[in-house]
Ligand binder design. Structure first.
Ligand code: ADP
Ligand code: ZN
Length: 805
């Protein structure tokens, strides 16, 4: 047991004679996975939790910025746990002093601090790093904040006449008169000195003199740039007050009851696309606003740029927006606006869950199944799960909306008391679903005859039927969207002669091909025969690996692998439709402004064909789009990830909901190499329940989420031997903890990660499967206590990963 030694502080104070009556605990962004105690010199006290400070750190006492995470008084409650007796000893000799306080006020309130601690613990990330991630960079840099020199009278108004009389300088008199006339008697009413100089027609000199005589005071005012203009472009038609239909009415009654309780709860709003979910979010928000509380709405980043956000803006006055399309100063001003209580509705991407909204009463997560809610750098949090936690801390209600809810949320609805489920089974406007056409890509002429190099063939990404339809659409001056799933790793192995595909012996699912080196699928080529030699096929359910045969085991002909990518698609479009104006958007190449511009051009008809990744499948409403082509519905199927089927189902359903949103009937072409795949079949039929039932069977059999929990430890380094040694050490540590604590779990690896090399870094992973989240927590608590692995390599810990690449 460690015991606090009250004398230790006293000794420090005597030693360097600076009075320090307080100790705070600081979480540094860049430091080790723990917090450090510092003395606070009395002249900079008080400091509050949530403020940033600057303090000397490390052997060289380099100044670093960290958050004040806790305050320990000099004679703390003896029960305050200190780290260890050893720490206590260090404290006596080594406790350093805070050198400066950075923020005037805490950036995070106690609720957000608690949320940070939860994220730090659950997602295994140093607290300092979590805190740093919770506050936008633009806020920390005070982007767009200008300070203005301002001046006010520092004397009593009664004395003014007298003072003016005594003044010699004419300009000085003029200035005092002017300030008096404007009533500038304190900081708040201070006048910009520029304005003053212009009015008095003088230089700085008289102001300086007056300040010296203490007649006026000079101060600084911070001025924030005005609020962002929300990019216009796609005007929304102003809707009259919508009358809710029966399903919506029922749902709203449920939300009302939930909000009335003032207690935490979560509702899954499962409604097909266009069933009126967004309208319901708006109504529920109106209810919490009446209760004097605020709301946060999370949307996937890509959906934010669209009409959805404008609907919220049209409906709520005190609204703040946070997404990557904003400039730094806009982002800062939005954040400040929320902090100052000038916004009661916050709408934004994943990180808007950290908005400093004082009393959220409702948190909405739209498209809750979206994998983009998971952050792929530390802290690797899931926006939806953090939303639920924040709602819990705030006693708020959380609405998770989706047309294709994640299996995790569906299971939670069954197993957790505080979840409820509300259905919206019908489209509001009785729009017909678009016509869905399946195109079997294995049918010739998939492989075009122009052989470019040995062992490679060009392939057609646009099938004959799709090309035909595109021609018609263009002729009618209508528009088309072509979707090619995410770049890369869309590699498919099959026998072009007999159409045989490789399947897993254990799981009866199609295997995915992997080259031992990262394969650049933007080269878009078909690889045959001996080129396959260097790869293996992996089952994304049981992770078993099989060498890829050069020859088809059924007919003996050469096997082929096909990679698909968006650049290749654009080339093919240019070749086949030279007249058409096409544009490409994909998330890698595009941010903010460019994206808006292309959408606007498309909306205005300056673009005929828009090609891109699935970001195009979300939230867009273009009445003139009558054709959507999914270039390969399988690309996600071939992701070596157990959620690939789920993603495929989601994508097709999403697209089906997008097309044909006007009187002109829409058509969707779903191209696939695997027309019999259950995910594709269920999606074409719109059979969500059927899909879920089938998918859960596989998940259960393989101890995968949502039944079991997963964690991935990905380690990387340029040096292979080093990483191998580090992985071995890591595994040993895991085994020790598992044995010592009697943890019930399955540990796989170390094994090469699916993408086994990125930018010359080798990547290895260890995957942990456990029946309960607590087991995984116990393991990582143990690992954290054990300290970093040696040899030192980069380690990324991913709790509840959304994919295992
Ligand atoms: P979702 O979010 O489920 O896709 P929305 O809330 O966006 O659905 O609704 C789709 C469209 O239908 C929107 O234009 C919306 O204004 C409109 N809408 C919603 N509810 C109704 C209703 N009860 N009656 C008529 N139109 C509605
Ligand atoms: Zn398998």
């Amino acid at each position: 047991m460690s015991k606090y030694r009250t004398d230790s502080l006293f000794e420090i104070e005597q030693a360097d004679k600076t009075a320090c009556h307080h100790i705070i605990r600081v979480a540094f962004e860049s430091a080790a996975d723990r917090e450090f105690d510092y003395l606070v010199p009395d002249e900079i006290w008080p400091i509050q939790v949530g403020q940033r400070v600057e303090a000397p750190f490390g052997k060289k006492d380099k100044l670093q910025i960290g958050f004040c995470a806790d305050i320990t008084s000099p004679r703390p409650d003896p029960s305050t746990p200190l780290r260890s007796a050893q720490d206590d000893k260090k404290r006596k000799f080594k406790l350093k002093k805070i050198s400066k306080v950075i923020d005037k006020e805490p950036l995070l309130d106690s609720e957000l601090m608690e949320l940070a601690r939860w994220i730090s613990s659950y997602y295994v990330c140093p607290l300092g790093q979590v805190l740093a991630a919770m506050v936008p960079g633009a806020v920390k840099k005070a982007a767009g904040v200008k300070t203005q020199r301002c001046v006010y009278l520092a004397i009593n108004s009664r004395d003014i006449e007298e003072i003016i009389k005594q003044l010699r300088g004419k300009k000085q008199k003029q200035i005092v008169n002017f300030l008096q006339g404007k009533g500038a008697f304190n900081k708040e009413t201070a006048l910009e000195s520029q304005e003053l100089l212009e009015a008095a027609g003088c230089t700085n000199e008289p102001i300086k003199k007056l300040a010296e005589k203490k007649i006026i005071k000079i101060t600084e005012k911070t001025i924030l740039k005005s609020l962002p203009a929300i990019p216009k472009g796609m005007a929304i038609k102003t809707e009259g007050r919508i009358i809710l239909n029966e399903d919506q009415q029922k749902a709203l009654t449920h939300f009302k009851d939930q909000i009335e309780t003032g207690q935490f709860g979560a509702t899954l709003l499962h409604g097909v696309t266009d069933s009126g979910k967004t309208e319901l979010y708006i109504r529920a928000i109106e209810l919490v606003l009446k209760k004097g509380r605020g709301a946060i709405v999370l949307l996937p980043e890509i959906a934010l740029t669209t009409q959805t956000i404008q609907r919220f803006i049209a409906r709520f006055e005190k609204i703040a927006v946070m997404h990557s399309g904003l400039t730094a100063s806009q982002r800062n001003s939005q954040w400040q606006k929320i902090k100052a209580g000038q916004a009661s509705v916050v709408i934004g991407a994943r990180s808007a869950i950290f908005a400093p909204l004082p009393k959220p009463g409702l948190i909405v997560v739209d498209e809750e199944h979206e994998p983009s809610y998971k952050q792929d750098t530390a802290p690797r949090y899931h926006g939806r799960d953090v939303a639920i936690k924040r709602a819990q801390l705030a006693n708020a209600h959380c609405i998770l909306g989706s047309a294709t809810p994640s299996l995790e949320t569906l299971l939670n609805c069954k197993s957790k008391k505080y979840y409820s489920l509300v259905h919206l089974p019908r489209r509001v406007m009785d729009l017909p679903m678009p016509e869905m056409k399946l195109v079997d890509l294995r049918q010739p002429p998939l492989l075009s005859s122009d052989r470019k190099t040995r062992g490679q063939k060009g392939i057609n990404l646009i099938s004959e039927p799709l090309a035909e339809r595109l021609k018609e659409v263009l002729a009618k001056k209508e528009q088309a969207i072509l979707l090619l799933n995410r770049r890369g790793y869309s590699n498919f192995v099959f026998c072009p002669s007999c159409k045989h595909t490789l399947r897993c012996r254990n799981c009866d699912v199609t295997l995915t091909f992997h080259k031992s080196e990262a394969f650049d699928s933007d080269q878009m080529r078909t690889v045959t025969g001996k080129h396959l030699r260097h790869g293996f096929a992996i089952c994304h359910y049981c992770l078993s690996q099989t060498l890829v045969p050069e020859k088809c085991p059924v007919c003996g002909k050469a096997m082929a692998m096909i990679g698909l990518g968006s650049q290749r698609l654009q080339e093919e479009l240019a070749r086949k439709f030279p007249e058409a104006r096409t544009s490409r958007v994909d998330s890698d190449s595009m941010r903010g402004k460019d994206y808006y511009r292309i959408l606007r051009d498309f909306s205005d008809g300056r673009i005929n064909i828009l090609a891109g990744t699935q970001m195009l499948a979300k939230g867009l409403h273009f009445p003139n789009v009558t054709l959507v082509g999914i270039i390969s519905a399988d690309t996600s199927l071939y992701l070596p990830d157990f959620r690939a089927n789920e993603r495929t189902f989601q994508l097709i359903s999403q697209v089906a909901g997008r097309a044909g949103r006007s009187a002109k009937k829409g058509m969707v072409f779903v191209q696939t190499f695997l027309p019999d795949q259950p995910a594709i079949q269920f999606a074409l039929k719109g059979d969500f329940d059927g899909f879920v039932k089938e998918e859960l069977k596989h998940r259960k059999a393989c101890n995968l989420p949502p039944f079991w929990r997963l964690a991935a430890i990905v380690m990387r380094d340029r040096n292979f031997d080093k990483i191998e040694a580090a992985c071995k050490k890591m595994r040993e540590k895991i085994d020790q903890i598992t044995e010592h604590d009697g943890l019930d779990m399955v540990v796989r690896g170390p094994m090469p990660a699916v993408i086994s090399r990125i930018q010359r870094f080798h990547r290895m992973q260890i995957i942990i499967q456990a029946p309960h989240a607590e087991t995984i927590q116990k393991l990582f608590t143990g690992l954290r206590a054990a300290g970093p692995v040696r040899p030192k390599v980069k380690v990324a810990i991913d709790i509840d990963p959304v994919n295992l690449l």
